[in-house]
Design a protein around this ligand. Structure first.
Ligand code: IMP
Length: 182
């Protein structure tokens, strides 16, 4: 336990802030302005991809003036450093999206696998499916559709903070940080 605490402190000391909370808030206001316009007089269902999107979703929806409903989906894709196939979606009933306007809220699009699989399961049931991602790694992402709103494009480096973790740690950092070697 003490060993873990020391290790986390060492990792934390090596982190460099790459996106500040101020910059995130500014970008969120811009995205929210667009979403308010696109969904004027509609009531979309915002679906946050757990766990990483919980802070992003909470901050984004509080910038929206339209009526929204909130839900979450858990996609199992990463276990610390290692990536494995998504095997299951939890906390979500895909029947509840029939005829709805859906906004998928994703923390980061890395390879794009997660958001592609979620979108594929929704696209034929929902009235519309849009995606908002706080971060996109354009050199890694393989997508055959557009992400409707991207907060920031970043390099391929692993990032933590503002909801994003490394082995479940660092989600509570206020901005986005690099410096973890994986
Ligand atoms: P993708 O399926 O490769 O696009 O990965 C999406 C998921 O992997 C995200 O929702 C995150 O949970 C996780 N992930 C990918 N890159 C990072 C990163 O740089 N930091 C933290 N989590 C990441």
């Amino acid at each position: 336990m003490l060993q873990d605490l020391k290790m986390n402190q060492i990792l934390k000391n090596n982190l460099t802030k790459v996106i500040s909370l101020g910059a995130i808030n500014k970008r969120l206001a811009e995205i929210a302005y667009d979403i308010n316009n696109r969904y004027f007089s509609k009531s979309p269902l915002c679906i946050g991809v757990l766990n990483g999107s919980f802070i992003f979703l909470a901050d984004l929806v509080r910038c929206l003036d339209i009526d929204v409903e909130i839900s979450f989906i858990k996609a199992r894709s990463y276990n610390g450093k290692q990536k494995s196939d998504i095997i299951k979606f939890d906390f979500f009933d895909f029947d509840n999206i029939k005829g709805r306007d859906i906004i998928i809220i994703e923390d980061i699009v890395d390879t794009g696998d997660t958001v592609t699989k979620i979108r594929n399961k929704m696209i034929n049931k929902a009235n519309s499916v849009a995606i908002v991602a706080l971060l996109l790694k354009p050199n890694k992402a393989k997508l055959n559709f557009e992400i409707d709103w991207v907060g920031f494009e970043i390099s391929d480096e692993f990032v933590v903070g503002y909801g994003l973790d490394y082995n479940q740690k660092f989600r509570n950092l206020k901005g986005i940080y690099q410096g973890i070697e994986i």
